[in-house]
Write a protein of this length. Structure first.
Length: 285
């Protein structure tokens, strides 16, 4: 297995998107990455004279993971495998919110993505000396897949070592995110290969941290609402007080994801229709 890091470093992508090449002669490319001619060349240059790319696998449809899939397919003749397009895998709650047009979201979505083959939860895709099991792990986005490779797992943006994931409704769903953490935690893993950053070897501890981190954010949000109704933006300014101003928008979307989740649990309620700018209060009764 080899890793090629795309040239797209940013506060949201760390040092860049990890593209993985798996196999000996017939190769799988996992997450080709962003639209980048130089990264396309780097992937093709990594293929030896006795090798060829047979499968292109996309974990999810964000602009730092999927746009290069089609140019790579055109260059090498392989087909693209993924859970689905940008709206696939949404929960009924998130689908309703998306149809309302009031929730915002859409950050970094590759709306043009269309795979050649769909990978359902539990599907197995295999090639020359490798086999991957598709694990549907929605949360960061509804169509997110993790890929089990024996006791290793390509976790894309669900589990990373350098930061927690952005969850922005209606594309992201915190209720699903927590369920996906539990799904991964139900199995023993030797290592996680994330979409950004270095491999994660303390897999159980990292999953436990992700759950604890979200639980502590939930508690802070509920405490902030003790002072009275507030919007996601106002709560984010309190809960993420030390976050740089440039990342406050992402923090606000994470808070909104918590508020939607807490609404579903009947622990908070919006004052009026549920939308991105709504004020929320602690649920009565």
């Amino acid at each position: 297995m080899r890793r090629i890091v795309a040239p797209n470093p940013s506060p949201m992508t760390y040092r860049g998107t990890n593209t993985y090449l798996l196999g000996t002669r017939g190769l799988a490319v996992i997450d080709p990455g962003p639209a980048s001619d130089s990264h396309l060349r780097a992937i093709l240059d990594a293929v030896g004279p006795d090798q060829r790319i047979t499968h292109i696998i996309v974990t999810h449809t964000h602009l730092d993971h999927s746009p290069l899939a089609r140019p790579l397919a055109n260059a090498c003749g392989a087909q693209i495998h993924a859970f689905g397009d940008a709206t696939a895998g949404r929960s009924p709650v998130m689908q309703t919110l998306a149809e309302s047009g009031l929730m915002g979201g859409g950050e970094g979505i590759d709306g043009a993505f269309s795979p050649d083959h769909l990978l359902a939860d539990g599907a197995v895709v295999q090639g020359d000396g490798w086999q991957l099991e598709a694990l549907h792990t929605p949360g960061h986005i509804g169509n997110h897949l993790s890929l089990a490779w024996g006791d290793a797992c390509f976790t894309a943006d669900h589990v990373m070592g350098w930061a927690s994931s952005l969850v922005s409704p209606p594309d992201g769903d915190l209720t699903d995110f927590m369920a996906s953490c539990a799904k991964l935690a139900s199995r023993e893993w030797r290592v996680f290969y994330p979409g950004h950053g270095a491999p994660v070897t303390e897999t159980a501890a990292r999953l436990a941290w992700l759950v604890s981190h979200r639980t502590s954010r939930e508690a802070a949000i509920l405490q902030a609402l003790e002072a009275g109704p507030a919007t996601a933006h106002n709560i984010a300014r309190q809960v993420y007080a030390e976050t740089p101003a440039a990342l406050l928008g992402a923090a606000t979307r994470n808070v909104l994801a918590h508020l939607v989740d807490l609404t579903g649990k009947s622990r908070v309620e919006p004052l009026g229709p549920l939308h991105a700018e709504a004020e929320f209060q602690r649920a009565v009764g």
